[in-house]
Design a protein around this ligand. Structure first.
Ligand code: MLT
Length: 309
């Protein structure tokens, strides 16, 4: 009977609204990407998807909560390169493991990293930025979204390439960090492109370079790090949906199909592309492909990042 009940439940799923935990503040990249894709998924699934922003500890507070949620498909999380990979080596006491405590559901978007600064930060290009930050390392500060966040990990990578240790200024997400950059309260930041495109195009911040091999079509005037003289700095993050471990396979399959349908929708694609995201190729959209990505990313970051506690 229990087996039949579980099967019937999975067939009927979803019969009520779904909560999507976003581990950072509203208005940041994780939140924006989640809202774009889940807006379409909700139509496919015939149920509301409620975004719940749960902030703290570079996204690990929310991810811990999601790992312990009921594995019935009604609580999900949009995680990323930080929460589901870099956090492993950074937090030795992490209360979850991205591979053991979650079912991968589907990749939403790739997000190139940009080196950004407040509008009136003196350096006018990346070469000047490098010289300036090296000369003023005890005075300059870099905003980020908490230890283990993408902005933190990617700027740590940049800072280690430059051999500098600026003052880090943590926020609950790069939504609020971006506000501080626009307001001139912080000097620079490494952020995922979706957060930055509207501000760069609006002229409220500076972009020195995009850390990918090619320029991004949404920012044709922003040089790559290679063009700007720092080829060693290459960084692209990713955002994806995860369910607590043990969520039934047919529920995961339904959610994945809804993600795939969203990623094929012209309106969704346009919104993601206009914000500079990279839409995953068809082969990268399966739960198994996301599982492999997480495994590879944990293996990639583990030897690079040092524990914080
Ligand atoms: C990050 O740095 O991890 C993200 O930008 C967080 C966010 O979505 O605000």
């Amino acid at each position: 009977l229990a087996v039949f009940t579980a099967q019937a439940q999975a067939q009927a799923y979803p019969t009520r609204s779904i909560t999507m935990i976003v581990p950072f503040a509203a208005g940041g990249p994780t939140d924006v990407i989640s809202r774009i894709v889940t807006g379409h998924m909700a139509q496919t699934l015939g149920q509301t998807i409620i975004i719940e922003n749960v902030v703290g500890a570079g996204g690990t507070t929310a991810t811990t909560r999601a790992s312990k949620a009921a594995n019935d498909g009604y609580t999900l999380i949009t995680g990323h390169m930080g929460t589901h990979a870099a956090s492993v080596p950074l937090y030795p006491k992490l209360a979850y493991h991205p591979e053991k405590d979650f079912e991968p559901v589907g990749l939403l978007a790739g997000t190139p990293i940009l080196i950004l600064a407040r509008k009136d930060f003196p350096p006018k290009d990346l070469k000047e930025f490098i010289t300036y930050v090296k000369a003023n390392e005890s005075k300059v500060n870099a905003a980020h979204a908490g230890v283990g966040s993408v902005s933190n990990v990617s700027c740590e990578l940049l800072n280690s390439i430059l051999g500098v240790k600026p003052i880090g200024v943590p926020f609950n997400g790069t939504g609020p960090a971006m506000n501080a950059l626009v307001g001139g309260q912080v000097d620079y930041m490494c952020d995922q492109i979706v957060n930055a495109v509207p501000q760069i195009n609006g002229g409220t911040i500076k972009a020195y370079a995009v850390a990918t091999a090619e320029r991004n079509p949404s920012l044709p005037d922003v040089p790559t790090t290679t063009e700007a003289g720092l080829p060693a700095f290459q960084a692209q993050a990713w955002n994806a949906i995860f369910a607590p471990k043990g969520t039934p396979a047919d529920v995961v399959a339904k959610l994945n199909a809804a993600i795939v349908k969203a990623l094929e929708d012209e309106g969704v694609r346009k919104r993601l592309l206009d914000l500079g995201s990279v839409i995953p190729a068809a082969a990268d959209r399966t739960p198994a492909a996301l599982g492999t990505l997480v495994k590879n990313e944990v293996a990639k970051w583990t030897p690079v990042l040092k524990p914080v506690n």
